[in-house]
Structure formats: structure tokens, C-alpha cells
Design a binder for this molecule. Structure first.
Ligand SMILES: Nc1ncnc2c1ncn2[C@@H]1O[C@H](COP(=O)(O)OP(=O)(O)O)[C@@H](O)[C@H]1O
Ligand SMILES: [Mg+2]
Length: 510
């Protein structure tokens, strides 16, 4: 590696401006050896920017980086790698149509290592690292064939193969299932014996479980630093958001709706998945007006296919879907939208918005043909702009301007754009898929309040989630899906984490 090991790493007065935004505002941060530092903050607080500066991806406008007391300047991530600093980015940087070996070799090549690379050597290195850290990977698998959790493992192995002793993980759990998350936390705990870790997250129970010290960023500034064990999640949440956070709960007086046909009614729905398998195998579910039904389950048990079938994006093989009495199974997405279906899709960046379109365009995306937004073949730009500023204020969308490309916003703000658009259309029913995945607590609180408000206005809401807290807080009834079937439906009030967890794992005997 050619450099002595990092005993101390210090950021001093780091400042970074983007057009209209002070992303990092004179940040001081120092990190010692063999420790786990949690870096927490709401979306847009500046966490990723700060770490990208540390990695040499961005140059700071002001400030210094010191290693073992000496100032250094990284011109690229390769410089950081040479000092043993590696980062697993939130959006993985793997080449999808290459194998694991090829991806790792690519990383090693670009970091101009002194030794010659041959595939056998890379493979050997991968196996060493994967054995040492108990990170099983198949060197010959093509990346696109791997699940998100497996891809993350490959990223970790790749980073460790490059010799990282100082590991930065940017929201590593945001796309993982609960089981994968637990596994990762356990793994990082073990690794922290010999590596230094910076763990970016806004899930405070993870921060509590893993980190020794915590630094909280708010709007580009460090607002707090302390030992994790001395502070409760509620305290940390308040510091992170600047106000007390209390996630709302549904006040549910469960009436027996078992024989009533819901406003949104699904009967014996059978839908095939991408691989031709029966992803939904006879699903029957009713959601009444003014009811939230939570669909709990480990992702991959048919949730995606259900959401797609309900929104006309996947043709059911058989069965029926009615919205307010109108049959919709097999209808086009357009017609389903017109009948009053709202949709918050799983992948907000590719299915929820057009990233290159402005915020204001995205807010009328589904209705550009409507009289309100166009007349005589011309867009009514003033109305579209006014609509955008109204919704921006109502939904607290934080963007430099409504002209900004929606794709450049943070995840939480993109989600608010989608929510604003779907709710402003006054839907009868709403299918909401992992609506707060990867979002911070402030955004989560906001979205939960919105869902409950629509519930009291009589919208029938299907809430698909893996977060049991979320499901239990919001649902009148909870249905558990497992391998394409509804295993059981229970009143939200009587559900426990343990019972739901067992059902999600397919254990259904009392
Ligand atoms: N390349 C960029 N160009 C312009 N603005 C950016 C860029 N990267 C980040 N920002 C802005 O800087 C702020 C901090 O972003 P980021 O560091 O990604 O926050 P976090 O990781 O805490 O969610 C946000 O307002 C974001 O929109
Ligand atoms: Mg980030």
C-alpha cells in the first residue's frame, strides 16, 4: 500500500457549496482507530457529500483532511484507496453484466496496484477475504443475477480486496430486508475489531446496535457528537430533525368487515412473475373505504406483482380486481388511473418520477392531457407552475426551485413529489409500496401523517411494507403474504411483532 496505517483521521473545517446549497458547512470530524462512528442526519443533511470529499470524489471549497496529523489531499478515490480508505456507496458501483471476479479485478486495476493482475490471483484474493470475514460470494456469478443483499456483499468484498482498513458505508441497510440487515449489523460488529467504520444511517436502532460514537448532521452542520450508549433513540431523533418526533398511530375501531366487499376488492388473483412462476396464487383481499390494510411480508413474496397487477402494469392470469364496483383486472394502467387509483411504487426513481423532468412537470405527469394543465394543444404553464408551488408548500418538498430536475432531489423529497401528485388527484384507493424505505424519520413521520389523513377522508389504502413498526402503527388490519398467498389477516390492534415475524417466515400454525 505504501502508506502507514491510519491511526487518526481528521476533517477540519470542510465546506462544500453546490449551486444554491451549502452542503457542508465548516465540518470538523475526527475518527479514531477500530471504532464505529455513526453519521446520521436527515436526507440532504450532507452526509454523502462529506464522505465523497473524504474519498477524493469531490474537492472541498474549504478545509483540510489530516491523516495521522498530516494534511493530505485526495485527487481521486484511488488516492483514498491507497491510504486504505474504502467506501461502499448507497447506489452500488458494480458493472451488472460482469462477474464478481471481473468487477473486483476492475477495481484493482483502476487503483494502479503494483502487482500484475491475473484472474487466478483475483479469485484467490476474493476467496481469502470472503472466508476471513465470513462474506460468502460466488466469484463467477454475474452481478445482475444477484439479490441486493448479495450485491452489497460483493461491494464489501471488493472494497476489502482493495485493502480497505477504514470502511465507509453509506446507508448500507436502506435496500436490505430485515434479515439481511441483522446479518450485516452482526458482520460489521465483528469487523470493527480490526477496521474503523463510518456507518451512515438514519435508522436509529441500527445506530444504537452498532456504533460507539455518533455524529449528527443537520443542514450541513454537525449539531451533535457523543457516545451512542448515553443517548436514547428519541433524543437522537430530536437532534436529527430539530424537533421531537412522534410517529403517528392509527386510532382503529375495528369493525368486522369480513363479509363486506371492499372499495378495493381482490378475488382469487393469480399473477405470474418474470420467471413464469406463479407469484400470486389465489389472493383475496378487501380494503374498505377509510381503511388501511397493511400487507406484511419479506419482499419477494409476491408484493411487487400484486402492486403491478393492481395498477395495470402486469396482466393477471385469472381473478378479479374491482375498484368501487368497476372491474379492472387486465385493464390498462391509464384506465385504472382514471378510475381513481393512486400508486406509490416501490422504485421511486424509475417508476415514480421521470428523473430528468422538473419537479413541476412530475407533479402533473399523470394528467398532462387534462383541461387544467393544457388547452388547445398547449400546456398551461402558469397553472402548472402554480400547482407546483402549492404542492411544494403543502407537502414540504425541499427543492431549490420547482424547475429543478426531480431526479436530483433526495429520496425523501422525491417521495414527497410522488405522494403530492398521487394525493392531489383525489384517489379512491391508494397502493403504497415500501413508502418510507430509505427515508429519514422526519420524512417518515410526514408520510405516515398523510396516509392517516387520507384514511380519514375515506381512501382505501393498501400499505405494502416490511417494516413491522410501520405496518402496526398504521394498519386497521394486517394481512401477511408468504409465497404468493395470504397466510392470515389479523386486526392491527392484536398483532405483535413476534406473531407477524413468524407468519412472515411462513409459520402459520397457532
Ligand atoms: N452533485 C451535486 N450537485 C448539486 N447538489 C448536490 C450534489 N450532491 C448533493 N447535493 C445537495 O447537497 C445537499 C446534501 O446532499 P447529500 O450529501 O447527498 O445529503 P445526505 O447524504 O445527507 O442525504 C442536498 O441538498 C443535495 O441536494
Ligand atoms: Mg446520502
Amino acid at each position: 500500500m505504501g502508506h502507514e496505517p491510519i491511526r487518526s483521521l481528521e476533517l477540519r473545517g470542510i465546506t462544500k457549496r453546490f449551486p444554491g446549497i451549502l452542503a457542508c458547512d465548516h465540518i470538523d470530524l475526527s475518527i479514531g482507530e477500530h471504532s464505529v462512528r455513526a453519521l446520521v442526519g436527515e436526507n440532504g443533511a450532507g452526509k454523502t457529500t462529506l464522505m465523497n470529499i473524504l474519498m477524493g470524489l469531490y474537492q472541498p471549497d474549504e478545509g483540510q483532511i489530516l491523516i495521522n496529523g498530516e494534511e493530505i489531499r485526495f485527487r481521486s478515490p484511488n488516492d483514498a484507496f491507497d491510504h486504505g480508505i474504502g467506501m461502499v456507496h448507497q447506489h452500488f458501483m458494480l458493472v451488472q453484466n460482469m462477474t464478481v471476479v471481473e468487477n473486483v479485478a476492475l477495481g484493482m486495476k483502476s487503483s494502479h496496484r503494483p502487482f500484475r493482475l491475473d484472474e487466478a490471483a483475483v479469485r484467490k484474493r476474493i476467496l481469502e477475504v470472503s472466508e476471513k470475514h465470513e462474506l460468502p460470494v460466488n466469484p463467477d456469478a454475474l452481478v445482475w443475477q444477484l439479490s441486493v443483499g448479495e450485491q452489497q456483499r460483493v461491494e464489501l468484498v471488493k472494497t476489502l480486496c482493495l485493502g480497505a482498513r477504514f470502511l465507509i458505508l453509506d446507508e448500507p441497510t436502506s435496500a436490505l430486508t430485515p434479515q439481511e440487515t441483522d446479518e450485516l449489523i452482526e458482520l460489521l460488529e465483528k469487523m470493527s475489531g480490526e477496521l474503523s467504520i463510518v456507518f451512515i444511517s438514519h435508522k436509529l436502532h441500527e445506530v444504537k446496535a452498532l456504533s460507539d460514537t455518533v455524529s449528527i448532521l443537520r443542514r450541513g452542520r454537525i449539531v451533535f457528537e457523543g457516545r451512542t450508549e448515553n443517548h436514547s433513540p428519541a433524543e437522537l431523533a430530536a437532534l436529527m430533525t430539530g424537533h421531537e418526533v412522534e410517529l403517528p398511530r392509527v386510532d382503529s375501531t375495528v369493525v368486522d368487515r369480513s363479509d363486506a366487499r371492499g372499495l378495493l376488492s381482490i378475488r382469487e388473483l393469480r399473477v405470474r412473475g418474470d420467471r413464469g412462476n406463479l407469484a400470486l396464487d389465489g389472493v383475496t383481499l378487501d380494503i374498505a373505504a377509510g381503511e388501511i390494510v397493511g400487507l406484511a411480508g419479506v419482499s419477494g413474496n409476491g408484493q411487487r406483482e400484486l402492486a403491478e397487477a393492481l395498477n395495470g402494469l402486469r396482466k393477471p392470469e385469472s381473478g378479479s380486481i374491482t375498484l368501487d364496483g368497476v372491474e379492472m383486472a387486465g385493464s390498462t394502467a391509464r384506465r385504472i388511473i382514471d378510475e381513481g387509483m393512486g400508486y406509490i411504487p416501490e422504485d421511486r426513481n424509475t417508476e415514480g418520477i421521470v428523473p430528468s423532468f422538473s419537479v413541476r412537470e412530475n407533479l402533473v405527469l399523470k394528467d398532462v392531457g387534462e383541461k387544467a394543465w393544457s388547452s388547445g394543444g398547449f400546456l398551461r404553464l402558469r397553472q402548472i407552475a402554480k400547482n407546483a408551488t402549492d404542492l411544494r408548500d403543502r407537502f414540504d418538498i425541499r427543492c431549490p426551485s420547482t424547475d429543478t430536475a426531480a431526479g436530483s432531489l433526495s429520496g425523501g423529497n422525491i417521495q414527497k413529489v410522488i405522494l403530492a401528485r398521487e394525493l392531489a388527484r383525489g384517489p379512491k384507493a391508494l397502493v403504497s409500496v415500501y413508502p418510507t424505505r430509505g427515508l429519514d424519520m422526519g420524512a417518515e413521520e410526514f408520510i405516515h401523517k398523510q396516509l392517516l389523513a387520507r384514511r380519514s377522508e375515506g381512501v382505501a389504502i393498501l400499505l405494502i411494507s416490511e417494516e413491522l413498526e410501520e405496518i402496526m402503527n398504521l394498519s386497521d388490519r394486517i394481512a401477511v403474504i408468504y409465497k404468493g398467498k395470504i397466510l392470515r389477516i389479523v386486526p392491527g390492534k392484536s398483532a405483535t411483532k413476534r406473531s407477524l415475524g413468524l407468519l412472515m417466515a411462513g409459520v402459520s400454525d397457532e
